[in-house]
Design a protein around this ligand. Structure first.
Ligand code: CO
Ligand code: CO
Length: 316
């Protein structure tokens, strides 16, 4: 009998290859007049096409298409018909996994060159944080580097700010947020990056006030690691819980994924699982109205002596 255990790096490299291929293919499709819902389904359909049969077909989390002052956690709902406009700053954050090993990587698209410095600030900060990352580096050093770089960029004579409550994060198998954070601002956290860890490095420069708040209906949900089984009011809540355990584990999901996979509506059951404290909910995070936020994000692996940027390609 042959035992074949693919190591973590090999798995995550498979996911990275798909991420790069998908974003390359959809790039030219993203222009003013295009429905953001169509961008989203194009990305997810392509991940399904290129991934081995895997949990949720290789999709690691709902595709984020967050516009302007919306910084994160927005995904267009079925039938959402918003079309991109020339002035929009559009952040596309999608994830691919192989055996639960996740690539979390994002980029921003603008059409009006006025917003170029906003994008450049994020790219520059992410690049430098990664460059300064390594075994035993303290996350407070990295926050300071990020803040200094972002504040050196300006639009209309006003300096940009990094958002202070959205963080880069460690990643583990099936866990998009594995417990350690890399803030994009000065901070007093005293823990260190360790070799053998995976991180998503992401920095959000903004023209707004620099702090996000939760706003609007949540489309992102996630099964908890530990929960107490409950007696449900709706019979199908138990059915949904079984499906989540089998097909998603602790990867984030949205109602659209359930429609696609099971061709059934589970909306009341999602609510019941949430109120039973079995799943968590993650509503959109927004900065001040009329502001613009950008985001670039890479997934890295901390090797003994170097950093491997897994999601880097010739586009970003
Ligand atoms: Co992301
Ligand atoms: Co992330």
């Amino acid at each position: 009998m042959i035992f074949f255990i693919m190591d973590h790096l090999e798995s995550v490299r498979k996911a990275a290859k798909i991420h790069k291929k998908v974003r390359k293919e959809i790039r030219e499709f993203i222009k003013p007049g295009v429905k953001i819902y169509d961008i989203c389904t194009k990305i997810e359909d392509r991940i399904r096409k290129y991934s081995d049969k895997n949990l949720n077909d290789g999709i690691a989390f709902p595709t984020g298409i967050s516009l302007n002052h919306v910084a994160a956690h927005y995904t267009p709902d079925k039938g959402g018909d918003y079309c991109l406009k020339y002035d929009d700053v559009c952040k596309i954050d999608f994830g691919v996994h192989h055996n639960g090993w996740i690539i979390d990587s994002a980029f921003t698209i603008n059409f009006d060159p006025k917003w170029d410095p906003l994008l450049e600030a994020s790219k520059d900060a992410v690049r430098n944080v990664i460059k300064n990352c390594g075994d035993e580096v303290c996350v407070s050093e990295l926050g300071e580097i990020s803040e200094e770089i972002v504040k050196s960029y300006e639009i209309d004579g006003i300096a940009l700010k990094p958002i202070d409550n959205l963080y880069g994060h460690s990643i583990n198998q099936w866990k998009i947020h594995a417990g350690k954070f890399i803030p994009g601002v000065k901070n007093n956290l005293d823990y260190r990056i360790k070799s053998g860890e995976f991180y998503a490095v992401e920095i959000f420069p903004t023209t707004g006030n620099g702090t996000t708040k939760l706003e609007g209906e949540s489309t992102h949900f996630m099964l908890k690691d530990n929960y107490t089984p409950k007696k449900f009011k709706f019979k199908r809540s138990k059915e949904l819980l079984n499906l989540l355990n089998n097909d998603f584990k602790t990867l984030p999901f949205c109602p659209r994924f359930l429609d696609y996979k099971y061709n059934k509506k589970y909306d009341p059951c999602i609510k019941e699982l949430f109120y039973s404290e079995i799943i968590t909910s993650h509503p959109p995070l927004v900065d001040s109205i009329n502001s613009k936020v950008s985001q670039f994000e890479h997934t890295i692996y901390v090797d003994d002596s170097k950093i491997i940027n897994l999601s880097e390609s010739d586009d970003y």
